[in-house]
Design a protein around this ligand. Structure first.
Ligand SMILES: Cc1cc2nc3c(=O)[nH]c(=O)nc-3n(C[C@H](O)[C@H](O)[C@H](O)COP(=O)(O)O)c2cc1C
Length: 182
């Protein structure tokens, strides 16, 4: 699939078929994450692949009832939870190298988009889920203190296409030479 076609065609999918994802397809998606760029190649991401329906339903309890992606947690055959190791990305000899502190949100963000685009190119749906009780998910999955949960996504074959939300025009966010100051 052409890259621009993948970037523009990927949609957040909130309705899934129960059909299983072949192991080979899952491994291809994980291989794509392996090649994601990261701060000084620190690769702080950790990926938990939840297939057990009991774990998936426990994870769903961490989402507020108002989250539009809630039902997809049970419907999709897989839920992927993306974690980041703390104090790795953006650090040099244990000290933050920039005013931004930990860059784990940034590196795991790239990992998540790579995962979503690769999944889409293989006919699978995803939706990034950020609105949930992170501490609860860390407890459910036994995530240690040196890492944190960042985001989740269901992974499976779409049962319905998502609508295409409007995007800003380029002129609204691309500036030349200097920031316009507002
Ligand atoms: C960091 C992040 C967090 C998000 N959290 C949620 C969420 O909790 N629930 C949900 O239904 N969608 C969530 N989304 C999906 C966005 O709503 C969606 O990407 C956006 O509306 C654009 O639609 P599109 O992905 O189909 O282009 C999240 C997306 C991002 C990038």
């Amino acid at each position: 699939m052409d890259l621009m076609e993948a970037i523009k065609g990927r949609r957040s999918i909130r309705k899934y078929k129960p059909d299983p994802v072949p192991e080979e397809t899952l491994q291809k998606i994980m291989e794509a994450v392996r090649w994601v760029p990261s701060w000084a190649n620190t690769q702080c991401w950790e990926v938990i692949v939840a297939k057990d329906p009991k774990i998936k339903s426990e994870l769903a309890t961490a989402l507020p009832k108002t989250n539009p992606a809630l039902s997809s947690m049970a419907d999709a055959p897989i839920v992927i939870v993306l974690c980041g190791k703390k104090g790795v990305a953006g650090f040099k000899k244990g000290e933050a190298a920039t005013v931004k502190g930990d860059w784990l949100m940034f590196d795991t963000g790239i990992a998540m988009q790579t995962l979503c685009l690769t999944a889409y190119s293989l006919g699978l749906g995803t939706v990034v889920i950020g609105m949930f009780d992170h501490k609860k998910v860390e407890e459910i999955l036994g995530v240690p203190q040196n890492a944190e949960v960042v985001a989740m996504t269901p992974l499976g074959y779409p049962a319905a296409e998502g609508a295409t939300p409007k995007r800003k025009e380029l002129a609204e966010f691309v500036f030349y030479d200097k920031h316009p100051g507002k």
